[in-house]
Design a protein around this ligand. Structure first.
Ligand SMILES: [Zn+2]
Length: 335
């Protein structure tokens, strides 16, 4: 499944735009004989315009077309839907959002490339539903970083094993058919331990991410043992919470240092990897958002109940993202 393909005469065609982005109707490519000259953007493999049983439009590789990155990674309807939802949320958060953007040298492809209206930053929002190793997700994040593109990985599956290996968030719906909210990956420091911040609306999370009010952090202190949630090595948090953890670790180190020793002892930190695997992981109850189990509906623009500005600090960010070039953006369709 792909949102875009290349028509031999019209150039790039976008399945999610009313005029395919080139002044043509969907009926001009769908169920047309002979088949229109449509191919995949990466390797020009033959593609067809199709609709799913639910009525979703997409381009798919023709049967027996050679394998390529688009065919391997993005052919499922669930991936397609999560990608669209990420693009909508990015737009709601004030960013430009372009779908299925390839690196100039072909070394990566972003499901959604969100960028500042003034082009000052770009961040890839990746819908990752198929299995991936920590090594692969880290390498793909690094390839994008080398092009000045940050990355955040998203999954709506119950317990992706790679969560926290790179900047990532697990999302879930509080109610069937409701909007996606953060379920795992956003944390706050309570002065002693890290705690999960849940049920933040996706556009709120993205707004914090885009403007530096949520940054990826390699967690050093322990997590509060709550709800059996996993201790993610890397989580998104506000810079103020990172500073609070640093202060706490420094004061703890000062308390335990030997007077007159002249040097700080090593800080006691948690190991980088905390993901359980094997039988232990099966015993770990992984939370799912269900109707009514989170108390009142989120308030304060999507923050969890009781989580006002004091819980998630608002105000200016602690800095700007690496300068990156503006990119051509394609509008995301209205819902
Ligand atoms: Zn292809």
């Amino acid at each position: 499944m792909s949102f875009r393909a290349v028509h031999a005469n019209w150039g790039t065609v976008f399945v999610h735009m009313p005029d395919l982005g080139c002044g043509q109707a969907w009926e001009a490519v769908w169920r047309v004989k002979p088949p229109p000259p449509i191919s995949c953007a990466q390797y020009r493999h033959p593609m067809y315009a199709k609709t799913s049983r639910a009525g979703m439009r997409f381009f798919a590789h023709a049967p027996h077309a050679p394998d390529c990155e688009i065919a391997r990674e993005g052919e499922s309807e669930a991936h397609h839907l999560l990608t669209l939802e990420l693009a909508w949320a990015a737009r709601d958060a004030g960013a430009h959002a372009e779908l299925e953007v390839r690196a100039p040298d072909g070394s990566w492809r972003a499901d959604v490339l969100a960028s500042a209206p003034d082009g000052s930053w770009r961040i890839a929002l990746e819908a990752q539903l198929s299995p991936i190793t920590d090594t692969d997700i880290t390498a793909r994040t690094e390839r994008m970083r080398q092009h000045g593109v940050a990355a955040c990985w998203f999954s709506d599956r119950p317990g992706p094993p790679w969560l926290g290996a790179a900047p990532s968030v697990r999302v879930a719906r509080e109610q069937d058919g409701g909007p996606l909210a953060v379920a795992e990956g956003l944390v706050r420091f309570d002065g002693r331990s890290w705690r999960m911040v849940r049920a933040a609306a996706l556009p709120d999370l993205l707004r914090w991410v885009f403007y530096g009010q949520a940054v990826p952090h390699s967690v050093k202190s322990s997590y509060a043992y709550e709800d059996g949630l996993r201790s993610l090595p890397v989580a998104w948090t506000h810079p103020r919470y990172i500073a609070a953890e640093e202060t706490r670790l420094r004061s703890a180190a000062a308390r335990t240092s030997c007077p007159g020793a002249g040097s700080f002892p090593r800080l006691r930190t948690v190991p980088r990897r905390h993901t359980l695997s094997g039988p232990a992981a099966n015993r770990l109850p992984l939370p799912r958002l269900r109707r009514g189990d989170r108390g009142p509906r989120p308030q304060h623009g999507g923050l969890p109940a009781g989580a006002g500005p004091r819980l998630w600090p608002t105000g200016s960010s602690n800095g700007t993202r690496p300068g990156v070039r503006p990119c051509r953006t394609v509008p995301v369709p209205a819902r």
